[in-house]
Design a protein around this ligand. Sequence first.
Ligand SMILES: Nc1ncnc2c1ncn2[C@@H]1O[C@H](COP(=O)(O)OP(=O)(O)OP(=O)(O)O)[C@@H](O)[C@H]1O
Length: 353
Amino acid sequence: MELYVNIQKKLQGFELDLSFTASGDILGLLGASGSGKSMTLRCIAGIETPDQGRIVLNGRTLFDSEKGINLSCRKRKLGYLFQNYALFPNMTVEENIGFGIGNKKRDERKAIIREKVKMIKLEGLEKRYPSQLSGGQQQRVALARALAVDPEVLLLDEPFSALDDYLRSQMVKQLTETLADYSGVTLFVTHNMDEVYRVCEKLAVLSMGKMEAMGRKEEVFKYPPSLVAAQLTGCKNFSAARYIAPFELEALEWGMRLKTKRRISNLINNVGVHAHTLEIALDENEENVFRCWPKYASETPSRIIIYLELDNAQPKQDYYHLQWEISKQTWTTLQDKPQPWRLKINPDDLMII
Ligand SMILES: Nc1ncnc2c1ncn2[C@@H]1O[C@H](COP(=O)(O)OP(=O)(O)OP(=O)(O)O)[C@@H](O)[C@H]1O
């Protein structure tokens, strides 16, 4: 299973210019709003036409600007799941699922619909109309409809963004289970990092119509190759950086020298560290220990984000230098700890950019 995409498209104030290959691993497309995620899916689906390029699915050319090939959406053999479900309101669950199945005998068609209804666990609701279903149920029908055509590629465009957190989490779990039995190519568009991490094996990070990073999700999250990729994968702490030695740098804005696990070059520009990876230093002589003062804290239902001021750092307008994300349990143990606190950055957690 392989999808090759190489497309260029100019729009007013925006240019899409991408080249990538997706295979059996689920590929997540992560990017800020307006980075070109939906446009990419629409070009693959044949809803939009690129100005130039080629799209090849399992050896079949779907689009080739030079050869003048541009298959219709229907002939591309794909399933497309939209943010807003796009179910037909005047069709029942089973009619919606059966919509794109095409020329099949009646029994065969019924069997496919029955299997898909079972897959999405909506047995008994086959005769209902979309308006008689919850948002989550509607999205399951849309997923079943996308898979009922036996697509070679499944395009998922922010499929859960309209759902509440609880339902969203359930849907992500169900999608992962469903996709485990699907052998085609899957592209999953989202700007939600947790979701992309849970669903996908590979990750492509898009920014302003260009590919910023692509690789296995663990790699891209841990070692993003650019500042934008690091920001989009959730890093909150950055500093300009200067090369000192093959395994040592100076973080200029944090005012500290840091040891790295990976060899660095003198082309280094920035360094980053995820807020959840800072640790309390148990021994002052460990590597990368620094002194800091908590300036203020902000609370989410399960975590605390502490904004830290550093010793020798450059002054900052917003009066903090690093964010530290910890559990509420750790927070309780910290309340009585004398200041300054001593924290450390594990050399392997430094993102060299
Ligand atoms: N039909 C169109 N005509 C002109 N410009 C368009 C059209 N559709 C999208 N764009 C522009 O192309 C860019 C990319 O849009 P796209 O919908 O692909 O972004 P996205 O990454 O999916 O964003 P979001 O996460 O907000 O859905 C945007 O600047 C958008 O304004």
